[in-house]
Each structure stands twice: as C-alpha cells, then as structure tokens.
Design a protein around this ligand. Sequence first.
Ligand code: DP6
Length: 361
Amino acid sequence: MQYENPKLVLETSEIEEGSITWKSPSNIAIVKYWGKYSDQLPQNPSLSITLETSFTQTTLHYAPRKQAGQGVSVELYFEGTRNEAFEQRVRKYFEKILPIFPFLRQLDLKIETANSFPHSSGIASSASAMSALALCCCTLEDEFFHTLDDDEAFDRKASYVARLGSGSACRSIYPYLALWGETGEVPGSSNLYAIPMAEQAHPVYQTFHDDILIIRSDEKKVSSSAGHGLMHNHPFAEARFQYARKNLHQLLGALRTGDLETFGKIAEAEALMLHALMMSAPSPYVLLAPHTITAMERVQAFRAETGHPVYFSLDAGPNLHVLYPESVIHEVRPFIDEQLAPLCEDGLYLQDWAGEGPEQL
Ligand code: DP6
C-alpha cells in the first residue's frame, strides 16, 4: 500500500478525545467502473459527476483506548441506531487500512452516520459512506500529526483511502467531475486514486441536474461487488474494457467543448451497456424494472420532440438518473412531474445536481 506509514503512532499521553464530522456526496458515473482486479483497481477508467443533495454525514468520535486489543475498537450508529452489520464492514475496512493509519488501533472509535436520501431509496450509499469515512481518517491524521496541510495531498490521500473501501467512493472527493483510472489521455490520472476534472471541462457541466427517479426502492438482488466479480469470467470482458476506453476518449472531447449531444449519447450507451453486461454475465441477472424502460423511452421521445438536451444514466439498479443542464430546467421539470414521476414508487424522485464535493462540518 502506497501510504503505509508505521511512524503514525501516538504517544499515549498525547491522546485527547474529540470528534470529526464530514459530509460527503454520492456520484453518478458517465463512463462506468465495472470490473476490478487485485486490491480495488479498476479494469478501465471511469468518469463521474459529483452530486450535491445525496450525501452521507459521518461523525467520528475518538478517545484513548481503554482496553488494549488486536483489532480496531469501533461502534457504529446508523441513523441513531446501532447497526452491527455496517459496524462489521467498517471494522474490517479500518483493519485493512491500519498500515496507513496505525494510530486507529490506539483509539476507541464511535461512528454516527446518516444519509440525506431515504433509507429505502435504493441509492448506492457506498460512495458517500466510504468517502466520508476516508475523509474523517485523513483529518484525524492531520490533527494528530500535521502531515496533510497541503490540500492537494489531503484530497489525494482521501481518494486513495476511499477507493480501498469502495471503488466509486474515490471519485466523490472532488467537485463537479472526477476521473478514476489510468489513461494516457489525462496526465496525472491513476488507478490508485481519482483526480479532479472540472477545470478541464466546459462550465455547462457544473450546471448539470440529476433527478433520480425512485422506480423501485427494494434492496438489489445482486450487489455491485458480486457484479464486479462476474466480470472475471465474462465472455465480453475484454471488449467491454476496450469500449469503455473508447467512450472515455469521446467523452473527454465532449467535456472540453461542451458538446452535450455526444455527452448524452455516451451517458446512455454506458448505462445500457452496464445492464447488458449484467444480463450477459456467466450467471445472468436483470436489475431493470418495466418502469425503468418506460422512463428511458419517454426521455428519448421528449428529447426527439423538443430538441432539449435531456439524457439518462443508470447505476447498478432500476432507478433512472435524468441528466440535463440548468438552462432547460423550466421545460424539463414539468415533463418529469407529468410523465416520469407517475412511474416512480409513491411518485418519488430526488432532485440532485452537480455539486462542490465534500465538506467538513
Ligand atoms: C455501477 O464502487 O459500488 O456504480 O468497489 O465493489 O465497492 P465496489 O463497487 P462500487 O461499484 C460501482 C459501480 C457502478 C458504476 C460506477 O459508479 O462507476
């Protein structure tokens, strides 16, 4: 691990108790990360829009450890209630990153975490949850050792650490747009962490909305981790990884020039390909719902009729993300309310948009 640092150990007498709070957003990938190898390394580069209103807020309370022990001492409360399943996942994660933050072993940790989006909205929370935890750990390191004063170095380490928790989480660290994965087309890109992309893109992308249609809120039949696993023996794996690079190449051009048509074409092609990969996996599965398909058709028909730049994307689930720039909000919102909201569970959709990234509270 690149950031292993056995020196980050505290003098027991130095430890005071305290707490750190970060709010960190989810993100929607335009070119998808689907397939990984080794320790959370992506098979192809991915590029996402950082969201604003879908976030996790996490407080990490710390105090000198009362009873010495081998692993990490942590208790986790999700939306006010102790959650042992999530606690177990976080304990494993913290134990994995002990070589980076050895001082975690010297503390009693208590985590309080909550999401801005409804618990059963089917929104992927791992990106926001794991990035919030990674940010808390980096801030804790900086408070104890003053090692991360430089903002760029802080963000890079937070992104690296977030990746070890959940791949897509490493992209949530940056405002508006982020790229994760090595590509010769973008200097500084890496498989180990994401990098900010907003400065290299046309300003129209900072005005993008993402209204998330809650088509179905029940838990996914197949987790993303299992989905990534199925890419190992997938008949189309190599073609997919190459195709993603081709799509990224075109997307980078569209980002620079503000070519929304190309942007939208790639967003939709990637969403459909992600689900096509699930449907053609060695053990195939379908996460789309009938209303997802109807919503996609309506978005495309509305675009054809009006010429407005409205496009869709999908995560590994049935909920459609409707993407459009601020300039057409007055035309698009009535369309969503009239034609798409009735396809949603309880008529629910979440209004989100490209955001400024995580915030320490
Ligand atoms: C479809 O980041 O959730 O959202 O690394 O196993 O935690 P793990 O997977 P995860 O996968 C996200 C997949 C995706 C596409 C994307 O966000 O790029």
